[in-house]
Design a protein around this ligand. Structure first.
Ligand SMILES: Cc1cc2nc3c(=O)[nH]c(=O)nc-3n(C[C@H](O)[C@H](O)[C@H](O)COP(=O)(O)OP(=O)(O)OC[C@H]3O[C@@H](n4cnc5c(N)ncnc54)[C@H](O)[C@@H]3O)c2cc1C
Length: 499
């Protein structure tokens, strides 16, 4: 073990992954987590016999996790068992259900059957976006510190692949004619909390990633990944303190020197990594005089993602349905505009139903179903009063489920109903303005223009998670941890370029 001590604020996927790697490389690492469980937005919770994911349910590109575990001297599959989900998801439009498979050959066949002729567009999409992916991946895996990084050969090659000036929807319109197919390959912008009509065309790599690598679910839920990382940190001699809220990152001469806790205790460290939501960190964890590039006032002018209205439903019934079920509003564009521009609640919402027992027999043993329903809604800049709206919106969604889905049940079938609103994300999970997918992913807020992994305003302070580069979503969040961990190693003169 070396003599450097690192504090990590928050045990979300980003914080745990960075702590796992750094503790495996010989640092003493202490993780401080406000909640009683680790995993942050990617954790599980149970009510009675029902088990729910708090947030993420799709895992893509598991090889990134395998690489992170390998760099920590571990084998991922010794800790977590993944189930490949097939079909990847049911995309349910008013007059058609499309089931893309984790096997691209089968997806092509289904496209040819449901949208004759469009399979040629699929071939072209996979080929062209594959090339784009190869060019962009190194850019996503690299730290962006200076604008002059963009004159490197690799960056210049990647720039045309950003599809600058073209929205995701426009980009997919190059490959498909049918509106439903365009939406089937653009709805993934919702993972970033953005509209396909506003999201940069570069993000066609999101649907490509799924079609190339498939979609996975960890047996035992996403908690199993967080628990595995916690175990490794502890095996390495680190600590994960739960129920321990950090109140400030302590600084001296604009350098982080440790953290203080809400309990009043304070501890010194050589480096501090912040995994708490970026907006929360800027508004709560730093003294304003330490901030310059990123201040609470400047944050007000930044674009944020949308939020998520959640119903966690324990129902005394089983259902004949697949794992991931996405129901599109009759007028999807209107729904998206209501969420991201008009900032009002949609009468005709799109929503997603999570039905994990299809892939994981450890959930729902007794003829019951742990369902979660997610409806994208405006973030808290909308000023929606959730204390007034939450029950009515919950009823509205349950009504829509009865009208549009196979998940039909009566009121007496409901054992558990727990509602989580954008206000809850903000107050309980410390998510700035309840924007569950962080800062928006407009090009003006990406790469060099996103908060850097090496926090620009305070030395010896680092960021990991969805608010920093490369962005929100588990694969990119794990990448943020890898970038930060490698950069910390570099500051101590050690290079880990091969990881
Ligand atoms: C509803 C929803 C669905 C999603 N679905 C997917 C999906 O299917 N696939 C996917 O790839 N991504 C998905 N995401 C996006 C993203 O992957 C997750 O949100 C992810 O958990 C974010 O990880 P993070 O490391 O940024 O931090 P978080 O998960 O937010 O973790 C931060 C941690 O810091 C703690 N914390 C905050 N403040 C303090 C403090 N002051 N002191 C101590 N601890 C503190 C919090 O309690 C939390 O545990 C989803 C997100 C949401 C909200």
């Amino acid at each position: 073990m070396n003599n450097k001590r690192i504090a990590v604020v928050g045990a979300g996927p980003g914080g745990l992954a960075a702590a796992m790697m750094l503790s495996s490389w010989g640092y003493h690492v202490d993780v401080f987590e406000k909640h009683g469980v680790v995993g942050g937005r990617a954790s599980n919770f149970s009510i009675d016999d029902y088990r729910f994911e708090r947030g993420p349910t799709f895992l893509s590109m598991p090889f990134i996790l395998e690489e992170l575990f390998a760099s920590s001297g571990r084998v991922f599959s010794d800790y977590v068992q993944l189930e490949r989900v097939d079909p990847m998801y049911d995309l349910i439009f008013p007059n058609l259900t499309f089931q893309p498979s984790s096997d691209p050959t089968l997806t092509r066949k289904r496209i040819a059957e449901a949208f004759p002729g469009e399979e040629i567009g699929y071939d072209r999409f996979m080929k062209e976006t594959g090339k784009k992916w190869e060019r962009l991946l190194p850019v996503l895996q690299t730290e962006h510190r200076q604008l002059r990084d963009y004159v490197s050969k690799r960056a210049i090659k990647a720039l045309p692949n950003l599809s600058i000036g073209r929205s995701l929807y426009d980009e997919l319109s190059r490959f498909f004619k049918d509106e439903r197919l365009k939406l089937s390959f653009t709805f993934q912008s919702k993972y970033l909390g953005m509209s396909p009509w506003k999201c940069p065309g570069a993000f066609s790599i999101l649907s490509y990633m799924e079609h190339r690598y498939g979609v996975y679910y960890p047996i035992g839920g996403f908690q199993s990944i967080a628990n595995a990382m916690k175990t490794i940190i502890e095996e390495n001699g680190g600590n994960v303190f739960t129920h321990t809220e950090v109140s400030k990152v302590m600084t001296k001469n604009k350098k982080a020197i440790g953290i203080s806790l809400s309990s009043g205790e304070a501890f010194h460290y050589d480096q501090v990594i912040v995994n708490a939501d970026f907006g929360h960190a800027i508004t709560e964890l730093f003294e304003e005089e330490d901030l310059n590039r990123w201040t609470p006032r400047k944050l007000k002018n930044k674009q944020l993602s949308c939020s998520s209205f959640m119903l966690y439903l324990g129902v005394k019934k089983t259902f004949n349905a697949n794992h991931h079920n996405i129901y599109f509003a009759n007028d999807y564009k209107k729904n998206v505009e209501e969420i991201s521009e008009k900032l009002v609640l949609s009468k005709d919402p799109s929503f997603y139903v999570h039905h994990p027992s299809v892939s994981d027999s450890s959930v729902d043993k007794n003829g019951q179903s742990s369902l979660y329903v997610l409806a994208p809604v405006p973030n808290n800049r909308s000023q929606i009063d959730w204390s007034k709206e939450k029950n009515a919106y919950s009823n509205h969604l349950i009504e829509k489920m009865q009208q549009k889905t196979n998940f039909t049940f009566s009121e007496s079938d409901i054992d558990v109903l727990s509602i989580y609103t954008p206000k809850d994300w903000e107050q309980e999970m410390n998510v700035y303005e309840g924007a569950t997918f962080n800062l928006g992913h407009q090009l003006s807020q990406m790469m060099y223009f996103r908060p850097h992994n090496r926090f620009q305003d305070v030395d010896n302070c680092w960021l990991v998670g969805g608010g920093t580069h490369p962005g929100s979503g588990l694969p990119t969040i794990y990448e943020s941890a890898r970038i930060t961990a490698k950069a910390i190693e570099k500051t101590y003169g050690r290079l880990r370029d091969s990881i």
